[in-house]
Design a protein around this ligand. Structure first.
Ligand code: G3P
Ligand code: CA
Ligand code: CA
Length: 288
């Protein structure tokens, strides 16, 4: 029999994929890591992109675009659009975890790394829903990462960034109180492709080539991030994801994990509506 100690040691080799990548011969796969408190958990490591060492910490998945802050809207509100619940689920800045790495393209995912890992950069993959892990990278419609180590300025991960910039309804005003917008480098796709994933009206009020955090719309609704783009005006509900608990305009139509991607019809890519491709792709968040 293998000694219990040895068996456990094998699973306690690193705190994140970067450490694993530096110490061992490794490739893209699921690995066991442990948190600073010794919590053992499994996660996916991207050991390829831009030198590798990226840890998957979360995915934002839209299970039903027609459900407006209903079951499955874990990154906004599962209990309806409600001004008395301005933070909604509070997921962006709490230690609640859910889902599994393997099913992160089929449901929401959040592991202890989200709040525990000390990181410098983020990488984002838009992977079509229900794709198997082996095909994530090759199937992604859009992939990009930051390179300027911006997380050093915001506490070392998104948990702390969102403590500084709470995703809370009516906490601030559009543009003036928005959080940071960080330049990105594309790994799959480019600025034009990224821009066209959102509706023609949205394209008039965004600049591609950035990831923007905690933005407000005209009515003071808060969104967590705008993937690949930075808003230059206030109808951000059509291209930013995640959110607080209340979206006043035509409530509850804009409330949900993928907010109001369907304002001018589901997947039409007309008016304010996003494309079907981005509407039906999970957003995987990595740290390094
Ligand atoms: O966010 C768009 C909304 O505020 C206005 O939509 O349909 O009147 O152009 P609409
Ligand atoms: Ca969801
Ligand atoms: Ca609007």
């Amino acid at each position: 029999k293998v000694k219990l100690e040895d068996a456990m040691l094998q699973r306690r080799v690193a705190r994140n994929c970067k450490e694993l990548h530096e110490k061992y011969q490794v490739y893209d796969d699921l690995y066991y890591l442990n948190s600073s408190r010794g919590v053992l958990y499994q996660m996916f490591c991207d050991m390829t992109t831009a030198g590798g060492g990226w840890t998957l910490v979360a995915s934002v998945h839209e299970n039903n675009m027609y459900g407006k802050c209903t079951l499955g809207d874990r990154w906004s509100n599962q209990q309806g659009s409600d001004p008395n619940r301005p933070d909604g689920e509070g997921t962006w800045a709490d230690t609640v975890t859910f889902g599994t790495a393997e099913s992160s393209t089929s449901d929401d995912y959040k592991n202890p790394g989200y709040y525990d890992i000390a990181a410098q950069d983020v990488s984002v993959w838009h992977v079509p829903n229900n794709i198997d892990l082996e095909q994530w990278s090759a199937s992604s419609i859009l992939r990009y990462h930051t390179e300027n180590h911006f997380l050093n300025l915001y506490g070392g991960n998104l948990f702390y960034l969102f403590k500084k910039f709470p995703v809370r309804f009516a906490l601030g005003a559009c543009l003036t109180d928005n959080g940071p917008a960080i330049p990105i480098v594309y790994d799959t796709g480019n600025v034009d492709y990224n821009k066209n994933l959102y509706g023609p009206n949205s394209r008039q009020i965004l600049t591609p080539g950035f990831i923007a955090f905690r933005v407000f719309n005209t009515e003071g609704a808060a969104m967590a991030l705008c993937s690949g783009v930075k808003p230059t005006a206030c109808h951000t509900e059509h291209f930013c994801i995640g959110g607080g608990g209340h979206f006043p305009e035509a409530t509850p139509r804009q409330c949900g994990d993928f907010t109001s991607f369907d304002w001018d019809g589901y997947g039409t890519n007309k008016g304010w509506s996003a494309s079907k491709e981005i509407t039906e792709a999970a957003v995987l968040l990595f740290y390094r």
